[in-house]
Design a protein. Structure first.
Length: 279
């Protein structure tokens, strides 16, 4: 009997499917909230011959990940797995910075990417934001949800571009919370971007200039769809700050997904690909 705490190896998965090719196809995702959403979607679509697992259930050699020029994280492991097994599994990842630069990793047909920068962006629309905030009383209700979404977008895009600059210029920088640089007054959120960046970069003018030069260059050719320019964790953090919510991010993120509607989600390109796995 297999130890439930033990991670399968790539070779074990290959042997399993070779012996029983009629087994259900497996979708591997980055984390628990992604797993919950994809499982719900499959259930709504009445697809029963596909199962969903988190990538941390698989043991992948670090050398295989690094050979592809990837970071040894959940996203990197999903991408690597799709290069090692192609016929029986599907990998789903956040697109992340791929809309800002052409990705240089293998993109096999069994690798599916979100239509936006992250999975959470399927929730980033006026209708879902209104539905979400309705439960928190009149004191939190914006006068105009279009303007509210634009306000959030401005802050979140700046944070996303700073993340990209960090990833490009100095990956080993430690994260700092951006909440202390936010202010909420009369339902208006502001973000002291310059003060945050200076603090983040320890007030070192040379690297601050590098970050700003990188970001200015990016701003000359950004995607028009802002959902391609927002990090999901930043989005969740910002909404929680606005609403004054202290509960864990993972719990809140899952509650966000309850506002999604199957009929709208199935029109998105990535989810259409998932529906085709049943063919």
């Amino acid at each position: 009997m297999r130890d439930e705490g033990r991670r399968s190896t790539v070779q074990e998965i290959l042997v399993k499917y070779k012996r029983e090719p009629e087994l259900e196809k497996t979708i591997y995702v980055e984390g628990t909230t992604d797993k919950a959403l994809i499982k719900w979607f499959l259930k709504q679509a009445k697809i029963t011959n596909v199962i969903v697992n988190e990538i941390n259930t698989i043991s992948i050699e670090t050398s295989k990940i690094l050979e592809l020029g990837l970071d040894n994280n959940a996203r990197g492991r999903v991408i690597t797995l799709t290069t090692l097994i192609d016929d029986f599994i599907i990998g789903i990842i956040d697109s992340d910075f791929d809309f800002l630069e052409e990705p240089n990793y293998p993109h096999n047909t069994n690798l599916f990417k979100t239509d936006y920068a992250c999975m959470e962006m399927y929730c980033f629309n006026e209708e879902i934001l209104e539905k979400l905030i309705l439960g928190y009383g009149d004191s939190k209700q914006p006068k105009n949800f279009v303007e509210f979404q634009l306000m959030l977008s401005g802050i979140l895009t700046e944070l996303f571009l700073i993340r990209y600059a960090k990833d490009t210029i100095q990956k080993d920088l430690k994260k700092i919370n951006f909440e202390k640089y936010l202010k909420l007054k009369s339902k208006n959120l502001t973000f002291d971007r310059d003060k945050y960046l200076s603090s983040y970069l320890s007030n070192k003018s040379e690297i601050i200039d590098k970050f700003n030069t990188c970001i200015t260059h990016l701003k000359s050719n950004l995607p028009t769809n802002v959902k391609k320019l927002i990090n999901g964790h930043d989005f969740v953090t910002l909404i929680q700050f606005y609403l004054g919510i202290k509960q864990g991010k993972e719990v809140f993120e899952k509650s966000l997904y309850t506002s999604l509607e199957f009929d709208k989600l199935k029109e998105e390109e990535m989810f259409q690909k998932i529906l085709l796995t049943n063919c």
